[in-house]
Structures are given as C-alpha cells and as structure tokens.
Design a protein around this ligand. Structure first.
Ligand code: GLV
Length: 326
C-alpha cells in the first residue's frame, strides 16, 4: 500500500525520522533550512500530516494551501504557533507533547531562578572580562532563595513541579495564582497557597511565570504589574515571549525597580529586545527549558507517536481540538 505523505518541518533526531519512515513517505528538513511561510504552505500541499516544532505558524493562510492535511503534531507542550480555531474549521487535528517535559522544564525554571537570584552569569562575565582582582564584602550580593517567598503565575504541571522544588527542597513559602484553583490535595502536596494576582505580585521574592500564551495572556506582566513588585524581587519567565512586555521589563531592570530577571523566552524570538541585551541584571537563555537529550527525544517520539497513532491507528494521544474530528 502507498504510504501517506508527511512533512517534518525542522531537523530532528535521525532515529525519529527513521521511525516515521516505517509508516510514511517523509519529506524532512534535516538541513534545517529556514522556510518562508509560502515554502511551508507549498510543502504542505500534498501532505496529510505535519511534524512541527513550535516555531512554525499554522494559520488560515497556510491551511488554505494544505487541503489534504489532517494533523499537525507539535514537538512542544505550548502550541501558540497553531491557530486552533482555523485548524478546527479545516478539520485539522493539533497535538502537543505534555508530561514528558514537565520535570526537566521545572528543573530549568529553578536553574534560572537560582542563576538570577545569585547573579551567576553577571559575575561570570565580570570574571571572564578579567575584572576580578580582589574579593570584596559586597561583591555580587544577590537574594536568598531558601526561606523566601516563591510566587508562581500559572499552576499547571510545570508550575506544580517548581512549587514542589521550592517548598520541599528550599523551604520556600509558595504562593500561586492560576485561572482555576488546585484541589486541596494538590495544594497540600505542593505546599502552595492560592492568592489573587495582585497579592502574588506584591509578595513574591521570586516570581516564576509558567502560564500559556494566548491573546488573553499577552503582556500579563507589563509596567503596571512590574510596579507592584518589590524592588528586591526577581522575575523568571520560562513560559512564552509576549507574556512579558520586554521593553517595560528592560526599563524596570535598568532603573532597579525590580532586582533582576531570568528569561528563557522573548517577544519575537529569536530576536531579543536590544535593551535587554544591555542591562546587566538579567540572565538570558535561548528557549532551552526542555533541552536535555532524554527529554527532547521523548518529545520528538511523542510527536511521532501522535502522527502514527492518528494516521495509522486512528487515535492521537494528545489531541488539542478533538472537535476537529466531529
Ligand atoms: C517549549 O517551549 C514547549 O512548549 O514545549
């Protein structure tokens, strides 16, 4: 029987391509070329499935060209690159890769929190630049993590992982805000107390953002929210660019209206707001929160499982818009 045609939009583990080739005729991009939207649309024209990685926008325009497309499997838990209503209207199923990256991403949230609080990269640059000629009592004094108040905005699986690390590992007092409150059992397990958003902003010593991006969460943290935070507070964003107003944040950091920030995601990434590149009190990483080899392999395999599950066995594992199949 003729194999169905799928597109893999970016370079991925060769063994995942080999797995997909057992089931499909695969057009891949192992050269990792940057495709324009038009090129992506053209390549999707004769495909029934797409393996995407979170950077490729699947919207009405692309879908209009992809009349045979049935499924887009994102190798990411976030899926703000999908226009879900447009996909549903065209009966295209979207899938993502939850769970497999939760603990790895929570580890990284904590790494960024620690690096930000203890000024790890700022002090390393000072050392590498040859500026360290003697010890001094106040050199790179940061903020304590243990025993401080950890605020979490967005209390899904990753937020809960960060709460557990903070409460159980570092004796932090954990407060959170979320669209919906956790069950009493989960709150007890995470040792986390639900508070209103303003209270979260006012009380957190370390505020970690882990909420999904949508039109509603655009600039959730802008100048008014930053103004509520303590001047000693640190902000960590491992969620998505666009949740923070990066220009407002850079100004707050420069004027020391908050102490420091750790950012793994940026508005318009891979571009970074130029003002963030010139303030010293920010730790910047290139969207790597889920980047360990085992986790990235698990994500790639889960995206492949979704394609195989849906196109070969008739059932996707992580459907985002099951109504597309109605
Ligand atoms: C990474 O940002 C993801 O959404 O998996």
């Amino acid at each position: 029987m003729k194999k169905a045609k799928i597109l893999v939009t970016r370079a991925v583990f060769p063994e995942v391509i080999a797995r997909l080739e057992q089931y499909f005729e695969v057009e891949h991009n192992q050269a990792d070329e940057a495709w324009s939207k038009q090129q992506l649309a053209d390549k999707l024209r004769d495909k029934v499935g797409a393996f995407t990685t979170g950077g490729e926008r699947i919207d009405a325009e692309v879908l209009a060209a992809a009349s045979q497309l049935k499924i887009c499997a994102n190798m990411a838990v976030g899926y703000n690159n999908f226009d879900v209503p447009a996909m549903t209207a065209r009966k295209v199923l979207g899938t993502n890769t939850p769970d497999v990256l939760t603990e790895t991403t929570a580890d990284f949230g904590f790494a960024l929190l620690m690096a930000t609080a203890r000024r790890v990269t700022e002090s390393e640059h000072y050392l590498r630049d040859g500026k360290w000629d003697r010890w001094s009592y106040d050199m790179f004094s940061g903020s304590d993590v243990h025993g401080s108040t950890l605020g979490i905005l967005g209390m899904g699986r990753i937020g809960q992982g960060i709460a557990r690390r903070g409460a159980h590992g570092f004796g932090m007092n954990v407060v959170y805000h979320n669209r919906s409150r956790l069950s009493p059992e989960l709150e007890a397990e995470c040792k986390a107390r639900y508070v209103a958003k303003d209270e979260l902003l006012k009380t957190a010593d370390h505020l970690v953002l882990v909420l999904p991006y949508s039109a509603q969460s655009h600039h959730t943290i802008g100048a008014p929210e930053l103004a509520l935070m303590k001047p000693t507070a640190n902000l960590v964003n491992i969620a998505r660019g666009g949740i923070v107003d990066d220009a407002a944040l850079a100004a707050a950091l420069r004027e020391k209206r908050i102490a420091a920030a750790g950012l793994d995601v940026f508005e318009g990434e891979p571009k970074v707001h130029p003002d963030l590149l010139t303030v010293p009190n920010v730790v910047l990483t290139p969207h790597i929160a889920s980047a360990t080899v085992p986790t990235r392999k698990a994500m790639a395999n889960l995206a492949a499982d979704n394609l195989i599950g849906f196109l070969v066995q008739g059932k996707a594992l992580n459907p985002l818009n099951p109504e597309a199949l109605a």
